[in-house]
Write a protein that binds this ligand. Structure first.
Ligand SMILES: [Zn+2]
Ligand SMILES: [Zn+2]
Length: 350
């Protein structure tokens, strides 16, 4: 099938610098699906490229939180998909052949797009564009009435689905979420749905208010509150079942290990710890309390599928996490808005 017309995409070329370029709309190969992008959310990774906090990927065609409409389907692709269907696109490519993929850890695929980086050549998931070509396994069906802006949050939701599953949050659990950014907020939403009591520590007063509105049972500023004493008091001395570190800096992990009780799980969700960071801990804790210290990275296909089903059925209302919607022409303004602390997700529409 032919698609006359142009694909317009944004490239982050340097800190604060975004260029647009036009290319012919690609045709899907036999196992590919072409999606007309309708919405793409700005995630921390692209934000860090825009601000210059992470300079490794220029020139970057960012945008991996993508929702849109199926525009064309390759011969062997689609599995029942039709042109016009609303879909979410997983920006992460997976080879399906490497050791990690074959062991069910395709979130850690050893052959993702980063391997193909050529200096000076733009590369990346390319969601800030009018079209996105993906392999059919990257395409996840949304509902006929799913809002594209909410659909763009399938990817971050999938990451938190994985984190909450790996932490085995169960009904009656006492959960501490450190950090009330958008990822912390998603942890609050999902942990509450599992039947847990959720305490959040977040230094920003505006965010604290919003976390309460989202259903957190108790929201504190760890600088003004002794978190250990609070958790001890609220759990009758037993400690928390699960602590999520959604901050990734400072002494949170060491604090987290102090907050969990017998059999507790400490989940490193955030991934911004500078390389080489070390923490201090007493190994006896692991033996005596059978504590598990672990982490969660991206999502695998199952996590993504589960998140897509949640979006389709509106199991969780993600609308409070959307702080602004900008047209693609205002991508610079959108990025600037995304760096402001009071904002959760900023979504760009095409
Ligand atoms: Zn993301
Ligand atoms: Zn792989």
């Amino acid at each position: 099938m032919t698609n006359n017309g142009t694909l317009r995409r944004a490239i982050i070329t340097a800190p604060q610098a975004i260029q647009f370029e036009e290319l012919p709309v690609p045709e899907p190969g036999p196992d590919e699906v072409l999606v007309e992008v309708r919405a793409c959310a700005i995630c921390t990774w692209e934000k860090r490229a825009f601000t210059g906090a992470d300079t490794r990927f220029y020139p970057l065609v960012g945008g991996h939180e993508i929702a849109g409409v199926v525009a064309a389907i390759g011969q062997r692709a689609g599995d029942g998909l039709a042109v016009g269907d609303r879909v979410a696109v997983s920006g992460l490519t997976r080879c399906g052949k490497c050791y990690s993929c074959r062991r069910g850890r395709d979130n850690r695929c050893e052959n993702t797009w980063q391997r193909d980086m050529v200096p000076g050549q733009p590369i990346g998931p390319g969601g800030f564009a009018t079209y996105k070509l993906g392999s059919d396994y990257q395409i996840f069906r949304l509902g006929a009435d799913t809002d594209f802006v909410e659909g763009a949050l399938t990817e971050p939701l999938a990451c938190v689905v994985r984190s909450v599953k790996r932490a085995r949050v169960a009904p009656g659990d006492f959960v501490v979420v450190m950090g009330g950014g958008v990822m912390g907020a998603l942890h609050v939403l999902l942990a509450k749905r599992q039947g847990a009591t959720v305490v959040v520590s977040e230094p920003d007063a505006g965010r604290r208010q919003r976390l309460e509105a989202l259903g957190a049972d108790c929201v504190v500023d760890a600088a003004a509150t002794d978190l250990r004493a609070l958790v001890k008091d609220m759990t009758r001395g037993h400690g928390a079942e699960v602590v999520f570190d959604a901050v990734g800096m400072g002494p949170n992990l060491e604090t987290g290990l102090q907050l969990v009780g017998n059999g507790g799980r400490v989940m490193v969700y955030a991934r911004v710890y500078p390389k080489g960071t070390t923490i201090k801990m007493d190994p006896n804790l692991f033996h005596e309390k059978e504590i598990v210290l672990t982490g969660s990275m991206s999502q695998n296909r199952e996590d993504f599928m589960q998140a897509a089903e949640m979006i389709v059925r509106r199991t969780a209302d993600l609308r409070p996490l959307i702080s602004g919607i900008y047209p693609m022409d205002q991508l610079v303004e959108a990025f600037e808005a995304s760096t402001r602390l009071e904002n959760y997700r900023i979504v760009v529409t095409m």
